[in-house]
Design a protein around this ligand. Structure first.
Ligand SMILES: Cc1cc2nc3c(=O)[nH]c(=O)nc-3n(C[C@H](O)[C@H](O)[C@H](O)COP(=O)(O)OP(=O)(O)OC[C@H]3O[C@@H](n4cnc5c(N)ncnc54)[C@H](O)[C@@H]3O)c2cc1C
Length: 463
């Protein structure tokens, strides 16, 4: 590439262009998952929509592969690209709450913590994921599952509008009344159709919650998982409650006498008065053995959302697998426990997040995300601080997934996938919506310009 072109591009920006010679390059290219080590040719940190349009034009003109980066949390590192241009949105952090309409306008560089912080001041919240450092953009475009999903749906179910820069540089709005087909595709179709520069979300009255984890020794896992399976369909939708198999971390604030023990955990959030939440949990807890500890208490919603952040800092090794799950049979529970007992590290985990309640109130073809009948999104995550253990955590995750996959619904949540999934996985995930997504890709990105993602290939692209 001609140096003049780069200089001109740099001069046109309000944000920053970082190339390999730049002192900031090493830090700027780092992703959340340190198992992924990508070296883009350049990273453009966009300050505004005009920068995004400029970056798209520059990449097109110089035939550069582009990746779009929101929070950089993607498991396989699809927020960056080797030898191409990373379009980094993380400087675009505007959030504006409209309390009269219970909506919030969010720029694409925000993390969910940025938005929770802003909406909390108004006693409002949008359903996002369970770790506050996750990017809103990637999380939303893949679906968005969290504690509030049973009551208020997925993040995409609360997306009212998005501003998008398309592959040809046009800026469009996607909403029920403008480019409605694109609006449909953005709700689950990932970064396939363009670069979202801002989202408009519906927010809900959530301020204080009764929430937190309860841990039991893994010897009780079978009892806990069976009772949980029966309890969930009867529990009010205000209660978001997931089950996990994990280890009591050997750090503060976990009780010294339990550190390092393998455990089964229920992690819950009751979006309502604390007394009501305690009353809802009581019938379940009274049927279960004495826990190692029960940390459920009343807290501000953002405190719950950031509760796990300190244990999951950027820079660790991650390898993910997931599936959608309809039923948790006795056989599946036993297979879970057998696999979890072989955990390769104290951080590795399995979580089953409920996606019933409000998530089921939309039809399968209402959004690109179509798994409206499943009960859980399962994630198995091998996690460790030590790069030398990367092989072990990956192997364990794949082996665990293989053992449980026969008990699943088929298809998996795109946000819990790596980039080495078997052929046909995306098709199985999108089901009846897949062909419509391919057609949409053909309309909005026929050359597959946006292909560093869980890629939906346009017909005849070869790309
Ligand atoms: C610790 C942790 C906890 C998590 N918890 C949850 C959870 O509770 N619930 C849940 O649903 N998911 C969860 N996830 C998964 C998460 O949703 C995905 O990793 C998601 O890809 C992260 O989005 P990001 O913007 O941070 O990622 P990035 O790596 O920045 O981007 C990922 C992909 O999203 C697309 N993208 C990003 N920004 C844009 C944009 N502006 N326009 C168009 N496309 C864009 C691109 O295709 C990109 O490749 C978690 C992930 C981690 C690491």
């Amino acid at each position: 590439m001609h140096e003049d072109a780069m200089i001109q591009f740099k001069q046109s920006l309000r944000g920053r262009l970082i190339d390999r010679a730049d002192a900031a390059y090493a830090e700027a290219r780092k992703l959340y998952n340190a198992m992924i080590d990508k070296r883009p040719l350049m990273i453009v940190q966009c300050a505004d929509v005009a920068d995004v349009v400029g970056a798209v034009g520059f990449a097109r003109e110089h035939d550069l592969r582009v990746a779009i980066r929101g929070g950089g949390h993607n498991g396989p590192g699809l927020g960056s690209v080797d030898d191409g241009l990373t379009i980094d949105m993380s400087m675009m952090k505007g959030v504006r709450v409209d309390p009269a309409n219970s909506t919030v306008r969010v720029e694409a560089g925000c993390t969910s913590g940025d938005v929770d912080h802003a909406t909390h001041a108004y006693g409002l919240a949008v359903p996002f994921g369970i770790v506050s450092t996750t990017g809103v953009a990637g999380l939303t475009l893949g679906g968005g599952i969290g504690y509030l999903s049973r009551k208020y749906g997925l993040t995409i179910d609360n997306l009212l509008e998005a501003d998008v820069v398309l592959a040809d540089g046009r800026i469009v709005t996607a909403s029920p009344s403008q480019n409605a087909d694109l609006y449909w595709g953005l709700r689950g179709g990932g970064g396939n159709f363009g670069i979202v520069t801002s989202f408009l979300f519906r927010a809900h009255p959530v301020k204080m919650v009764f929430a937190g984890p309860v841990f039991w020794d893994i010897q009780h896992a079978r009892t806990i998982m069976r009772k949980y399976r029966e309890f969930l369909p009867r529990a009010p939708e205000e209660l978001g409650i997931f089950v996990g198999l994990k280890t009591v971390l050997p750090v503060e604030p976990f009780p010294a006498e339990h550190r390092g023990k393998q455990a089964c955990a229920l992690v819950a959030c009751y979006a309502g008065p604390a007394a009501e939440g305690a009353a809802v949990m009581q019938p379940l807890l009274k049927e279960l053995p004495e826990p190692l500890f029960n940390w459920m208490s009343e807290m501000p919603y953002p405190a719950l959302q950031s509760m796990f952040d300190p244990f999951l800092p950027k820079g660790m090794q991650w390898y993910w697998r997931g599936d959608f799950v309809n039923e948790l049979s006795d056989e599946a529970i036993d297979a879970h426990i057998a696999q979890a007992r072989q955990t390769p590290s104290v951080l590795s985990l399995m979580h089953l997040y409920p996606i019933d309640g409000a998530v089921h109130r939309l039809g399968r073809s209402d959004t690109a995300w179509n798994t409206r009948g499943a009960t859980w999104a399962m994630v198995i995550a091998g996690i460790d601080t030590d790069p030398h253990n990367a092989g072990n955590i990956s192997r364990w995750t794949r082996q665990y997934w293989k053992a449980l996959h026969p008990h699943s619904h088929g298809g998996g949540y795109v946000n819990f996938m790596m980039d080495d999934e078997e052929d046909g996985r995306l098709k199985a995930t999108y089901g009846d919506n897949y062909d419509r997504l391919v057609a949409l890709k053909g309309k909005y990105d026929p050359a597959n310009f946006f292909r560093i993602n869980q890629n939906i290939r346009p017909m005849n692209s070869g790309g």
